[in-house]
Ligand binder design. Structure first.
Ligand code: PHE
Length: 435
């Protein structure tokens, strides 16, 4: 994508030089100042506090003000991402320069917190940045909470680590939500035990502590969601909650799992987690510590809790949105569901173009050009057609853009004008030819 980067950018008071890797549009840069997870009475902040309540201090320390700018080492290398991992691509990640980026996940701070070893556990909540599609549940900036818990072998009474972890597990509350967990504690091919570092009994104990902790977290959230639904509608019949564990892969945990929650008629993936790779703890100067880590997206959970239908609303400064949550923070026991103030009409417009001679145009670049012109007025963008000309071999694509403001009805003239500017920007920035 062709853009001339500014020579330098300043984020949270620090200045970074840019180079040919720079790809952060102004709207995303501006979002770095918002810190929605810390805004009083904001649904993202309230969601954070509900999750925090399940991981009490002093065992867990909260870190909520880490800077979004990190190094490629912190975001990828320190976590064992291979050099050719697709997440590193400029099409997926926002770079300030070749070695500095906007974190794509809160795991970027894992290594530093393991190194600091200030508490056996921690939670990090923060804004994270990814180039992605445009629709009602994707926004280039969203929020994650990362948690971890470690045990130092040297501090374990009698040296029996598995027993010590199970003793901590016994101190956790129980819950009555049915859990489907057909997976073995580890699997030699699909989900390997780190056998040089953990006995099978140790890994199983860490996994059991991890799973119970995270089940308690989601049970807390979804029970509150159901209570809010009942408060809004006394006739609401809640389907019983169910939780299931599925095997997963992350470069920085093994074995790894994802948790899914059955809510409102479907299975919803809510978090990723696993037994921390020992190499990360060794590199962080903690070879004697072993433990677990998880990461959960806050925006989708907040959308469920408050029944917010569109992720863009979290960024809205419209008082019809913000005023609905006033005072909730002082009384987390009584969540109020969001009452939509209006739904303005959608306006669909198609744009078809031929790809230029150089060939590939990444879908995320198309999304970003559109968002760069139309901002939060785009609700979603769908690739509706792809076509290769049988004779010339030229390829074309068609996208359908839905322009719909959250705050008012757009006039016809306004949408037409926006769409013309979108087409011009696609031509200029992606070198495509409008059909
Ligand atoms: N960082 C992972 C993600 O963004 C989630 C995760 C965190 C998984 C910690 C395992 C352990 O998808």
């Amino acid at each position: 994508m062709s853009t001339t980067p500014p020579p330098a950018v300043t984020i949270n008071g620090k200045t970074y030089h840019t180079d040919e890797w720079f790809n952060v549009p102004p709207g995303v840069l501006a979002a770095t100042t918002r810190k929605l997870h810390l805004q009083k009475d904001h649904p993202i902040s309230i969601t954070r506090q509900i999750l925090e309540s399940v991981f009490p201090p002093p065992t867990y320390r909260y870190h909520n003000t880490f800077d979004p700018v990190v190094t490629t080492h912190e975001n990828f290398d320190s976590l064992g991402f291979p050099p050719d991992h697709p997440g590193r691509a400029r099409s997926d990640t926002y770079y300030l320069n070749a070695t500095t980026l906007l974190r794509t996940h809160t795991s970027a701070h894992e290594s530093a917190l393991f190194r600091a070893a200030a508490s056996p556990g921690y939670l990090i909540s923060a804004d994270v940045y990814r180039r992605d599609d445009i629709d009602r549940s994707h926004y280039p900036v969203f929020h994650q909470m990362e948690g971890a818990r470690v045990w130092d072998r040297r501090l374990v009474p009698g040296g029996d680590l598995a027993a010590a972890v199970l003793a901590d597990l016994a101190l956790l509350p129980t819950h009555a939500v049915p859990v489907e967990d057909p997976n073995p504690p580890s699997h030699p091919d699909r989900n390997p035990l780190q056998s040089e570092h953990h006995t099978a009994a140790e890994a199983a104990a860490i996994a059991a502590h991890l799973k119970r902790s995270l089940e308690l977290m989601v049970v807390e959230v979804f029970t509150r969601a159901q209570a809010a639904a009942r408060a809004a509608d006394p006739a609401f019949v809640d389907e019983p909650l169910r939780v299931r564990w599925v095997e997963a892969y992350f470069p920085f945990t093994s074995p790894s799992w994802e948790m899914e929650v059955y809510y409102d008629g479907g299975w919803l993936e809510v978090l990723g987690c696993g037994v921390s790779r020992q190499g990360i703890l060794v590199d962080a100067g903690q070879p004697e510590s072993v433990g677990w880590a998880f990461g959960i997206g806050l925006d989708r959970i907040a959308m469920l809790l408050f029944q917010v239908p569109d992720i863009r609303l979290f960024w809205s400064r419209d008082a019809r949105f913000t005023s609905q949550f006033e005072g909730v923070e002082g009384d987390l026991g009584r969540l109020r569901r969001f009452v939509p103030f209006s739904r303005y009409p959608p306006c669909y417009k198609d744009v078809s173009f031929w790809l230029g001679k150089e060939g590939e145009v990444h879908g995320n670049d198309v999304m970003e050009v559109i968002r760069g012109v139309a901002g939060d007025v785009v609700e979603d963008v769908v690739l509706t057609d792809e076509f290769t000309h049988p004779k010339t071999g030229r390829r074309s694509r068609c996208y359908r853009v839905n322009y719909r403001s959250l705050e008012r009805t757009l006039t016809n003239d306004e949408t037409n004008e926006l769409h013309t500017r979108v087409r011009d920007a696609l031509v200029e920035r992606l070198r495509v030819e409008i059909r």
